[in-house]
Design a protein around this ligand. Structure first.
Ligand code: FE
Length: 207
């Protein structure tokens, strides 16, 4: 059981959502809007081309390249466009991304209080708990308590900032580079970065 499980829905709710999604898909196929393989193709795209492995590479580059980091914080989409990614990083929910940098003094966490806005091209599809009304309501009211439940214990002196994503701006977090990684290559560093760290609900740890 992961530390995120307490933000998941009840099993019957998931079954209900899945049945509703299947009914909607069947109707769209019947009406000729999509074909039988459309949904599979979209899921495959986010499994192989657009996912948290992209965000991890961006974080690792920012850790080793101060000029890139400055640009990333100033204009995320422009900085990301300089990297070698598949076309479309600024499409498919990747428009208008913004990056918040964690430091020793500031810890950032992302949410979409309205629904589930999320930078798909860098972080992939949002996990179930990110859409949970309980997480969305609580993380803005009592972020330290929620972070504690995720296993992130912050010193009271550390400022917590909660960034609310929307259809206009989609946030992700540049986590702190952990100690003990000084000799690591950029490629090795990227393997340490998890989606949770880029959401601000975990820190990057050296394996
Ligand atoms: Fe949303």
């Amino acid at each position: 059981m992961s530390s995120y499980d307490h933000f998941s829905y009840d099993t019957d709710r998931e079954v209900y959502s899945a049945a509703r999604a299947r009914a909607l898909e069947a109707l769209l196929i019947k009406k000729g809007v999509i074909t039988g393989s459309t949904v599979d193709k979209v899921l495959e795209y986010f499994k192989t081309e657009m996912g948290p492995f992209n965000g991890a590479k961006i974080v690792a580059r920012a850790w080793v390249d101060p000029a890139f980091k400055a640009k990333l914080l100033d204009d995320a989409n422009a900085a990301i466009a300089e990297m070698d990614f598949p076309a479309g990083m600024s499409g498919a929910e990747g428009e208008h991304m913004k990056v918040a940098e964690n430091t020793a003094a500031v810890h950032n966490v992302i949410v979409c209080t309205l629904c589930s806005c999320y930078p798909w091209t860098t972080l992939g599809l949002p996990p179930y708990w990110f859409k949970d009304p309980t997480f969305r309501a609580r993380v803005v009211r009592e972020p330290r308590a929620v972070l504690q439940e995720f296993g992130v214990t912050l010193d009271p002196a550390v400022q917590v900032k909660v960034w609310d994503s929307s259809a206009q701006i989609r946030w992700f977090v540049l986590p702190e580079r952990p100690a003990g990684t000084e000799g690591m290559t950029e490629a090795k560093l990227s393997t340490l970065v998890t989606p949770e760290a880029m959401m601000g609900v975990a820190k990057v740890k050296v394996a």
